[in-house]
Design a protein around this ligand. Structure first.
Ligand code: THG
Length: 371
């Protein structure tokens, strides 16, 4: 029998203030994200998916670390890091924003929250943005403080999320619009609550900044949620591929421009803003795209998963791209995947050959996202 090795735990692999509850709920597997534990499965990927689409789940997403930028140059540094125009940003708004390097390559794809004129949070994906931000600030002699505050996001996701949140935080949560946040009180403690989250099922994220309240908050949501069949969950590998949510480090890296990732609408070259990589992105825009994110579907289930990228070939056998993520989808009637493909192969319906761990299989190119 093959034994799957487990992860060795140490201080470098950070736990979260909710870890006791996550374990008590039976997390079956973890990944490491921003040097921190992130559960990936509770009951099974399929059962977690079904439950998320019909009920409400509580997710420990503490690994969505905040890089806080405060001080007189906070707005300038935050803008310097992203190609998305933040010049009209207001308190209470969240911005999905590509961070790019000097080559126009993706550094991260955080949600940026504007907390005050001189205070921002970058709610980051899995790469060391803190060091990049500190390096830029230091190199340019900017007047800012850059640090990782002890903020532990807790997501409440699913169609019944609003009902649960209204009982925990009051009716005011219903007024929070998509990608906006409000500061609401829980036990006399003010916390940022946003309508966002890494699923297409709707929901909220609570940016808890007091770890002493973590288990209390979890238990309160759990108690209220019992009426709505709440269970623990986590970003779900099926739901996010169906929904076209990209994963930094899986589907994109510093090798890719935001254009290649389908994030061109967040590249505001027309705006009069200064950011790292601007020249490179102007060149990329003028040259046009050579490859981009697409979907590929197979007409049957595949009993395997994408842990290494799969090569994609054309019918003539030439290498034309790579599959970076995939899952079995009942809704789509087979295995579906996210792929970076060369230009001639973008058209929906193009037949490609994929080198999977189960052998070479024929797939069909589909638009990204699927719907
Ligand atoms: N929530 C928070 N922090 C995060 C994530 C999150 N940090 C890591 C990771 N997820 C960042 N990546 C994404 C990717 C997609 C979205 C959010 C974070 C997302 N996109 C919507 C879309 O693509 O339609 C909305 C974009 C928009 O309208 O601006 O939700 O989940 N706190």
């Amino acid at each position: 029998m093959v034994v799957t090795p487990t992860l060795s735990r140490s201080r470098r692999l950070r736990q979260t203030p909710y870890s006791d509850r996550v374990e008590a709920c039976g997390a079956k597997a973890y990944t490491v994200y921003n040097h921190m534990l992130l559960a990936t499965v509770f009951r099974s990927l399929e059962e977690d998916y079904q439950h998320l689409c019909e009920n409400v789940q509580i997710w420990d997403v503490s690994c969505e670390r905040q890089v806080e930028i405060t001080g007189p140059d906070a707005a300038a540094l935050t803008q310097l890091m992203t190609c998305r125009d933040l010049s009209k940003a207001k308190y209470g708004q969240c911005f999905y924003a590509p961070l790019v390097d000097e080559n126009g390559g993706m550094v991260n794809d955080p949600i940026i929250l504007k907390l005050a004129e001189d205070r921002y949070w970058l709610s980051i994906a899995d790469s060391d943005v803190l060091l990049w931000a500190k390096g830029l600030a230091s190199g340019r002699g900017m007047d800012v403080k850059v640090f990782e505050p002890d903020v532990f996001p807790l997501a409440v996701q699913g169609p019944m999320a609003e009902e649960v949140m209204a009982k925990v935080f009051g009716e005011k949560v219903r007024d929070i619009k998509f990608f906006r946040f409000a500061e609401l009180f829980y036990q006399n403690h003010r916390m940022v609550v946003a309508r966002s989250g890494w699923s297409r099922q709707g929901g909220f994220e609570i940016y808890l900044d007091n770890s002493a309240l973590a288990l209390d908050l979890w238990d309160r949501i759990w108690d209220v949620g019992k009426d709505y069949n709440i269970f623990a969950g986590c970003p779900n590998g099926i739901e996010r591929v169906e929904g076209g949510l990209l994963s930094y480090g899986n589907d994109m890296s510093s090798e890719n421009t935001p254009y290649e990732c389908g994030l061109g609408k967040y590249v505001n070259l027309e705006a009069d803003i200064e950011f790292v990589g601007r020249k490179a992105l102007e060149i990329a825009r003028d040259q046009g795209l050579g490859r981009k994110i697409c979907n590929i579907r197979f007409d049957k289930r595949l009993e395997t998963s994408v842990s290494k990228s799969w090569d994609v070939l054309n019918v003539g056998g030439d290498h034309i791209g790579n599959i970076s993520s995939g899952c079995n989808s009942k809704k789509m009637g087979g295995f579906i995947a996210i792929a970076m493909l060369d230009q001639e192969f973008w058209d929906e319906g193009t037949i490609v050959l994929v080198q999977t761990p189960l052998g070479d299989l024929t797939g069909t190119v589909a638009n990204f996202p699927f719907d």
